[in-house]
Write a protein that binds this ligand. Structure first.
Ligand SMILES: [Zn+2]
Length: 541
């Protein structure tokens, strides 16, 4: 198997949703040497187009769509998470977490780190993470570091604190909090940047090899979920950048197409120096936007909001970068030829980002620049029109609302929560909204993502308060997952639709999703993943 191989393939015998407005539906597809040559309803014509010797997939009633595009993820973090103890699946209380730590510690040489990922308070009956003392009891000889699924907080044990050099006398770092008990002793819970010392201690062996291994683990996982194109949302080091290039030149490992966002902190100056800009690369690996962060998250109440949080009346969140400096750096990146992508969750953060993009266009008008707002969560109604008029692309996290509902309700209250990710309002204004998992924050599995956007139900089946009219039907979510994702990386001429001349990227589901009750979508699966006409993943059985 070669990632440079171009396959010839016939797909027929079931519904094909093309994302092509000129021909939304078909039942036969012919791909030759990696390119779609036929889309229609005549299987013989599809076979002629694919040529002799082409492989054939009989859909037998299952749905095929253009290859899915997960527009914003963190593949290397996600791959690292896959090597951690899973603290999400099947966790209902502290005992589940502690038992998994105990087991992993038993398999790990004393003194080596035991790390876990993905705990989430609403899923823990006790409503809190484990304490340092509880972790000490199950792993007395191992430093432990368990991270909450957004990555914005983590908890450690006594040995972990010791190795990180955190004591009662350690001051809180800028942008972070060392949580302490009544006696002033660290409890083991570390918020935001306070995790940095622990990260440095627990990840001493982040090497080019470990990064490459993490990327490969994530790569295989994306393919297993039918994801054929992936946005990497934050390349922060040369080792990360190199890992993608090495994967690109590895002839033996199939991979999705990667679109890299480069961290402005590390990359803006060097990029200016040698003239790198958005668009460099090819159909497999492409330099995407320059990435900025302007605020934090709802869970930590660090998203920047125009009115204080409902449960924290003196707090309007936190700028991650001084607004003046942010605006200046956006203008610089824009002038240097970059598409910009800014993490902005709170309405004040979105407003500032829009203003910075307008300022950049004023400094140097660039047609069709397609700046993006990553997450764009709390979209005040007046900001919707500005997104449309400035032609800015929002990239919401598909399951932020459904999985974080209790947190969001506490942070924003019912009224304001109506502004949260208004999918249909975006769609109706013609704004090319994308779908993203933000993996490892959520799994890249597309089925629960589709369910969340289509039903407005939480992962526990609870109705969420956002207006039911903001639900999107399946065909529109699929367009967001394919055509709009391609548009967001300036690649709508080559992918995101099944139309003659387009790349032969296809996702095959295990049934016709259009005939499944929306609340059952998460019970479906991806059967096969096709890139360039080559089947790069087939579900077992
Ligand atoms: Zn992200």
């Amino acid at each position: 198997m070669s990632q440079f191989e171009r396959g010839s393939l016939v797909i027929a015998g079931g519904p094909i949703f093309t994302s092509d407005p000129d021909r939304p539906r078909a039942t036969a597809l012919g791909i030759r040497s990696g390119l779609v040559l036929y889309v229609g309803d005549d299987v013989d014509e599809a076979r002629d187009a694919a040529g002799p010797g082409a492989e054939e997939i009989d859909l037998a009633g299952r749905l095929a769509t253009p290859g899915l595009i997960d527009a914003h993820t963190h593949p290397i973090l996600y791959g690292g998470m896959l090597a951690n103890i899973d603290l999400q699946t099947g966790v209902t209380g502290l005992e589940d977490i502690l038992e998994r730590v105990r087991q992993r510690a038993a398999e790990t040489p004393a003194g080596e780190w035991v790390t876990g990922w993905g705990y989430y308070l609403p899923m823990i009956a006790e409503g809190r993470p484990p304490t340092r003392q509880e972790l000490d009891a199950v792993a007395p000889d191992h430093p432990v570091y368990l991270r909450q699924r957004s990555g914005h907080e983590g908890v450690t044990n006594s040995l972990g604190l010791k190795l990180a050099g955190i004591t009662r006398d350690t001051p809180d770092p800028e942008g972070g909090l060392i949580v302490r008990d009544a006696d002033g002793e660290p409890t083991g819970l570390l918020i935001e940047q306070a995790q940095d010392m622990l990260k440095r201690a627990s990840e001493p062996d982040v090497t080019p090899e470990s990064i490459a291994a993490d990327l490969r683990r994530a790569t295989a996982s994306f393919l297993s979920f039918g994801i054929t194109s992936v946005g990497e949302a934050n390349v922060t080091s040369t080792d990360m950048f190199r890992a993608y290039q090495e994967l690109r030149t590895d002839d033996s490992t199939p991979a999705p197409r990667y679109n890299l966002m480069l961290s402005h902190w590390k990359m803006l100056e060097p990029a200016e120096q040698f003239g790198l800009m958005t668009g460099f690369g090819d159909r497999w690996l492409r330099v995407g936007p320059m990435k900025f962060f302007i605020d934090g998250t709802e869970g930590q109440r660090t998203a920047k909001v125009s009115e204080p949080f409902a449960d924290d009346p003196d707090n309007t969140g936190m700028w991650m970068l001084a607004p003046e400096e942010f605006r200046a750096r956006i203008v610089r990146a824009h002038v240097a030829g970059w598409q910009c992508a800014t993490h902005a969750i709170g309405d004040a953060a979105i407003e500032l980002t829009l203003a910075a993009y307008v300022e950049a266009q004023r400094a140097q008008p660039r047609p069709d620049i397609r700046h993006r707002i990553e997450h764009a969560s709390l979209l005040r109604p007046d900001l919707l029109g500005r997104l449309a008029s400035e032609r800015v692309i929002p990239v919401p996290g598909a399951r932020f609302a459904s999985n974080d509902y209790p947190v969001l309700l506490a942070a924003f209250g019912k009224e304001r929560l109506r502004w949260y990710q208004p999918w249909n309002s975006l769609y109706e204004r013609g704004i090319p909204v994308c779908v993203s998992s933000d993996a490892p924050v959520q799994s890249p599995n597309p089925l629960p993502n589709l369910r969340a956007i289509i039903t407005s139900l939480t992962e526990f089946g609870e109705e969420i308060v956002m207006s039911p009219e903001e639900r999107l039907p399946l065909d529109e979510v699929l367009i967001a997952y394919t055509r709009n994702g391609a548009y967001a990386s300036h690649e709508e001429q080559v992918k995101g639709m099944l139309r003659p001349g387009m790349l032969g990227d296809v996702t095959v589901f295990d049934r016709d999703l259009f005939s499944v009750a929306p609340e059952d979508l998460d019970k479906c699966a991806v059967d096969a993943t096709v890139i360039d006409g080559v089947v790069v993943h087939r579900r077992e059985g």
